[in-house]
Design a protein around this ligand. Structure first.
Ligand code: GTP
Ligand code: SPV
Ligand code: MN
Length: 588
């Protein structure tokens, strides 16, 4: 008798009518076969994969996505609970039956003449009690190769899938790539993702935002855990003690850089566990435990260099485990090497831009798309935590909420308690970036860096967050950080990157009860003398300004926060309303 998995795949085949069906076995031989297929497969203006210089970039390949398809499209992303209220004001909603009809129409025969890859995969270490079994189909060779880098795939996972019905399903087709036929639909009540019309990023690599955040956050609500847009890292001090922290920052606001940081403080070092997504479970010991459901990086290329992120440069140049993919970066045609703005060394003389057109620095536009990315296995990371495969995960001592704010928000702040910490997250705002289509650089509310990723009503999410805190006997401290405050000339006041360790060290000192803090109306901030600023050339005046909390300037901010919470009405938890009232009193 066919398993539920096989029956589901047959249904998709009947709908999409591919020329052939290929079940991915996850072997290494298969990876090279898929790359070979991609190198000979014409899409757009060239092959799916272009082999790069393997002397300097071992196992690296270049891919171009359609120029209309270069970032997540939030306006085309829907979360379809049976009621609009369950999806919340934070999501686009469509009545599930109507949404399915629409998607079925778009999917009808959409894989004609193409291969349908069937990918059995697991989010999380397969033996972890917190891992989830998933199954997806796709007609994109690029997505098939990417999924094997980003997740744990293959036949052993299929065995796990065979005797169960509760796996998470994903249908993906590039369709005709017409933006008018592009939809990323989620059906959380059935653990189903249905994505047509895009071949790039979170729209297409379904294990990432669709499954591990939107679908998983709703599973977490029902099962008592949290799926978060967070880095997981271990911070080791000179005595060898490792403190594990997670950090939530919106897209393209510094998670990957933080997770891979080369510490400016010689007696501290960072161990990476994850750079984008964390699943947080309440352990039997009453602590919060984190696993990274993913197995790879899908990181922003521009700005990545030996100066800003040497460990990532080493990772993407290593190519030891799985291929490394580059998408929408420039190409140095003399050396056949990838190139992007911010890469070390001089600008190459002969270049093609991210659309394959001849490019010179004088041409005004960027050679690499601002949301161009690399895809690389986390195994290639030189600073991979020895705990990365631990099925239980790691115990978390601090949760950090960070955002991109040129004004108001101090470099670091600690919450007074869990409820205040949840409010710090809920009232987060951040200036928008190129990671999603739309205007860049405007402040928008992005609670917990989850605005585009929470698979249900934010009001219910905050209540769930509060409940998780109440169930923890040893809850982590909650902090907020902002690396992006600028001076009157618009220059970043804080050097950032490796120097962020100075802030992390204070956080570690705080959760270990080693230093006192200074109270401001917005939260607790460091006394300057408790920050290790050794070797850093920064004036005392600048340090003061990095921590300035002048509530008189917060009026507009508080108005904006109130407006952002209004749509949740009576559903908003009382604790959040109390915190807002407190803040309102402070600006009066
Ligand atoms: P997603 O993959 O979209 O979720 O992004 P991310 O949060 O992992 O962002 P990433 O680390 O790729 O950083 C994106 C941008 O932020 C890059 O342009 C970096 O140069 C910049 N950035 C990262 N850390 C810092 C920092 O400490 N200071 C400053 N000024 N910029 C930073
Ligand atoms: C993000 O936008 O937060 C990303 C990239 O990590 S994507 O996978 O496209 O969502
Ligand atoms: Mn992300």
């Amino acid at each position: 008798m066919a398993s539920a998995a096989e029956r589901w795949v047959e249904d998709q085949e009947r709908l999409a009518r591919p020329a052939r069906v290929a079940w991915c076995d996850g072997t290494e031989g298969e990876a090279w076969r898929l790359l070979e297929i991609g190198m000979n497969e014409e899409r757009l203006n060239g092959p799916v994969f272009l082999k790069l210089n393997h002397k300097s970039w071992p196992t690296a390949y270049l891919h171009h996505s359609d120029p209309t398809d270069v970032a997540r499209t939030e306006h085309l992303t829907f979360v379809c609970h049976s009621t609009r209220e369950a999806s919340g004001p934070n999501n686009n909603w469509m009545e599930p039956a109507k949404a399915k009809k629409k998607m079925a129409k778009l999917s009808e025969g959409c894989m004609r003449g193409r291969t349908m890859y069937v990918i059995p995969y697991m989010m999380g270490q397969p033996d972890s009690p917190y891992a989830k079994a998933c199954l997806m189909v796709t007609d994109s060779t690029y997505v098939a190769v990417s999924m094997r880098i980003m997740t744990r795939i293959g036949t052993p996972i299929l065995e796990k899938l065979r005797n169960r019905e509760d796996f998470i399903k994903g249908f993906h087709s590039v369709g005709d790539l017409d933006p008018n036929h592009r939809y990323i639909m989620h059906f959380p009540q059935e653990s189903l993702v249905w994505s047509v019309g895009s071949g790039y990023g979170g729209n297409a690599l379904l294990g990432k935002k669709c499954v591990s955040l939107r679908i998983a956050s709703y599973l977490g609500l029902r099962q008592g855990w949290l799926a978060e847009h967070m880095v997981i890292m271990g911070i080791e001090d000179h005595r060898g003690n490792v403190t594990y922290v997670t950090a939530a920052l919106p897209s393209a606001c510094g998670k990957t850089n933080l997770a891979m940081m080369e510490s400016a403080l010689p007696e501290y070092r960072v161990w990476t566990l994850g750079d984008d997504i964390a699943w947080l479970n309440i352990g039997p010991d009453g602590r919060l435990w984190a696993i990274n459901p993913e197995a790879g990086y899908f990181g922003v290329a521009p700005g990545t260099s030996m100066k800003t992120n040497p460990n990532m440069m080493r990772t993407i140049r290593r190519g030891a485990f799985n291929p490394t993919l580059f998408t929408n970066v420039g190409l140095n045609t003399d050396t056949n090497e990838p190139w992007w703005e911010g890469l070390d060394g001089p600008v190459p003389e002969n270049m093609l831009d991210w659309q394959g057109r001849p490019w010179t620095p004088g041409s005004g536009a960027k050679a690499a798309h601002p949301n161009s990315r690399f895809t690389a296995s986390i195994i290639n990371s030189p600073m991979l935590s020895p705990e990365h495969n631990n099925p239980q995960g790691v115990p978390i001592s601090a949760i950090i909420f960070g955002a991109r704010r040129t004004r108001l928000i101090p470099l670091v702040m600690e919450s007074f308690n869990w409820a205040h910490g949840v409010f710090l997250g809920a009232r987060m705002g951040s200036e928008t970036t190129a990671a999603a289509t739309g205007q860049v650089g405007v402040v928008r509310r992005d609670p917990m860096a989850m605005r585009p990723f929470c698979g249900y009503n934010f009001a219910d999410y905050w209540r769930h967050y509060l409940n998780v805190g109440n169930r923890l006997t040893r809850p982590p401290g909650i902090f907020s950080v902002n690396w992006f405050r600028v001076d009157e000339n618009g220059k970043f006041m804080w050097p950032g990157f490796g120097d962020n360790m100075r802030v992390l060290k204070w956080i570690v000192d705080r959760v270990n009860g080693r230093v006192p803090a200074r109270e401001t109306p917005a939260g607790l901030v460091p006394r300057i003398q408790d920050l290790d600023l050794g070797g850093l050339n920064i004036s005392e005046d600048k340090m003061e300004r990095l921590f300035a909390v002048n509530m008189k300037e917060w009026k507009g901010e508080v108005d904006d926060i109130r407006d952002s919470l209004k749509p949740y009405g009576g559903r908003l938890p009382a604790e959040i309303r109390e915190q807002l009232l407190k803040l309102e009193r402070q600006v009066r």
